[in-house]
Unconditional design. Structure first.
Length: 327
């Protein structure tokens, strides 16, 4: 492991997804050391799923400098889960685990402290401790990618709500006549402004035009069904009118949603991460300007809207950040 200079206080952060388990060593300054990634079979047995996690942990634990050294372990996994009991409940993307006591299994096998939370909550904490939210106590974080996940940090601690299921900000509806979301509701921001939603709206727009020629269609080699979110971003850079309209509408959807967040929470900072957020990064100033039309709070435009510090490794950093919690 190549350690950053004067690094101490290593912890293991693990990010469990539907197709992979990634883990890394993260020091007390949020800097990453060794990184490991293995496949995950979400439809296998519970034991097979745990074996994938264990193979990552086994590899990272070998980095100990002495037999007495102990790395605390923080795990990010898809919800629903219970961060208080460390049980993975019934995540749609991980059908191998139903009421699976992940933390108990890890503690029994490795004899160290372990913590569990969903990826957005943990990433929000990592950003607060080490990233774009450093120096703030009240943080709203959103990962806008294939879906939209959010995390809330209040007074420096993750806000879990009564049962641990709070902060499902991606499923806040802004249009009850809107498209159906996978969660069963209508008009969720995830169904309107996620990468999946942007691609769907682009395909619908091209279809409404009778597949008329455009740069966006050319990017997909003439196949409307092949349109993906990143193609919309690329076509917008060339001035394609359909792509520009899709992105403008996305900005307005996000402004309406974030305006609700401001009026509800009034955080000190709002952090946006994920692939869609990165695509929209050049337009953050425009997005912030639009907030004034969607806030009762007349000082909402004073809240910084900033890009996330952690990219694809946000789950690993988030897992390690859980180990910094004091209770």
């Amino acid at each position: 492991m190549k350690e950053p200079a004067h690094a101490t206080g290593w912890a293991i952060g693990v990010d469990v997804g539907g197709t992979k388990v990634a883990g890394g060593l993260v020091n007390e300054r949020g800097e990453m050391g060794r990184y490991v990634r293995v496949p995950m079979n979400p439809r296998g047995s519970a034991a097979e799923g745990f074996d994938s996690v264990a193979s990552v942990l086994d590899a990272l634990i070998q980095e100990r400098t002495s037999d007495d050294e102990r790395f605390p372990i923080g795990i990010c996994a898809p919800g629903p889960l219970d961060p208080r009991t460390g049980i993975v409940l019934n995540p749609p993307n991980l059908p191998c685990w139903r009421n699976f006591p992940l933390v108990a299994e890890i503690q029994q096998r490795y004899g160290v402290e372990a913590r569990l939370d969903n990826d957005a909550n943990a990433a929000a904490l990592a950003e607060t401790l080490w990233g774009a939210g450093r120096g703030y106590s009240n943080v709203f974080y959103a990962c806008i990618g294939t879906g939209i996940g959010t995390g809330i940090v209040l007074d420096g601690k993750i806000f879990h709500g009564r049962t641990g299921s709070a902060a499902e900000g991606g499923h806040v509806s802004i249009d009850f006549h809107g498209p159906a979301c996978n969660c069963g509701k209508k008009g969720c921001i995830e169904a309107l402004a996620s990468g999946t939603a942007i691609a769907r709206r682009a395909r619908e727009a091209l279809g409404a035009r009778g597949n008329a020629g455009s740069e966006l269609l050319a990017t997909a080699k003439g196949e409307v069904s092949a349109i993906r979110c990143e193609m919309v971003g690329a076509a917008a850079k060339t001035g394609d009118p359909i792509a520009l309209k899709i992105l403008a509408d996305t900005m307005e959807y996000l402004a309406a949603w974030l305006g609700n967040i401001v009026d509800l929470l009034e955080p000190e900072v709002m952090i946006l991460g994920g692939g869609v957020a990165e695509m929209l990064r050049p337009h953050f100033a425009d997005l912030q300007c639009r907030l004034k039309n969607w806030c009762v709070n007349t000082r909402g435009n004073e809240i910084p809207l900033v890009p996330a510090h952690y990219g694809e490794n946000s789950g690993i950093a988030g897992g390690a950040a859980l180990c910094r919690l004091t209770n």
